[in-house]
Design a protein around this ligand. Structure first.
Ligand SMILES: CC(C)(COP(=O)(O)OP(=O)(O)OC[C@H]1O[C@@H](n2cnc3c(N)ncnc32)[C@H](O)[C@@H]1OP(=O)(O)O)[C@@H](O)C(=O)NCCC(=O)NCCS
Length: 173
């Protein structure tokens, strides 16, 4: 079905890993070294996602286009002890060829429904500082800039910034 977002099942781990690796390679080209991006191992990610999907507390959702699974997102309890935030959007990735069709918005809606189920009333998300398209997406959804901090990915030192919504009702879909 086109435009459907549903909770991910264990059998989606392979598709999620494929999207994870493909979108990292396009979204982070120029930010992370080519050899690092080339070395991302789909099978290892599939195993990691399988483990995540087996955790009863995990909230992972996939977006389906006519061509199958084209995006995924996950969220849950805020992980790093950020003051003032209990909920977090951990990851959201939509294949390049499926961008701009509302999958990202619907995936955020699904994660937010998951946060509400967990009685979490706000949301923070971290994004690489130079990932301008994703930052624009969060700004479009009403995210308010919180702060910047360094992050090491592989052996590359980068900066990441966070956007927050003090209440889930403040998300401007
Ligand atoms: C960021 C991302 C998840 C957005 O998903 P998407 O399916 O393309 O977004 P949608 O089609 O649902 O767009 C929802 C709204 O955000 C806006 N938007 C999306 N991308 C945007 C951009 N780059 N610049 C400005 N607005 C943007 C859309 O225009 C739309 O608003 P509108 O209806 O008023 O026009 C997707 O582009 C992506 O996966 N990017 C690469 C990976 C990535 O960087 N992930 C985030 C890591 S932190």
């Amino acid at each position: 079905m086109v435009g459907l977002v549903r909770p991910a099942e264990i059998d989606d781990a392979g598709a999620i890993a494929r999207i994870h690796v493909a979108t990292w390679r396009t979204a982070y080209r120029g930010m992370l070294p080519d050899d690092f991006l080339a070395s991302l191992d789909e099978a290892a990610y599939a195993e990691r996602w399988r483990r995540i999907l087996l955790e009863p507390s995990s909230r992972v959702y996939v977006a389906q286009g006519g061509e199958g699974v084209v995006g995924f997102a996950s969220g849950g309890r805020e992980r790093a002890g950020e003051d003032g935030y209990e909920g977090e959007l951990y990851a959201i990735y939509v294949l390049d060829e499926a961008k701009g069709r509302g999958h990202g918005r619907r995936l955020v809606q699904a994660v937010v429904a998951g946060l509400r189920e967990m009685r979490l009333g706000d949301m923070i998300v971290w994004v690489l500082r130079d990932n301008h398209p994703a930052r624009s997406f969060y700004e479009r959804l009403g995210g308010v800039y919180v702060r910047m901090q360094p992050i090491t990915i592989g052996s590359t030192l980068l900066q990441e910034v966070s956007y927050g919504w003090k209440t889930l009702d403040a998300i401007t879909y």
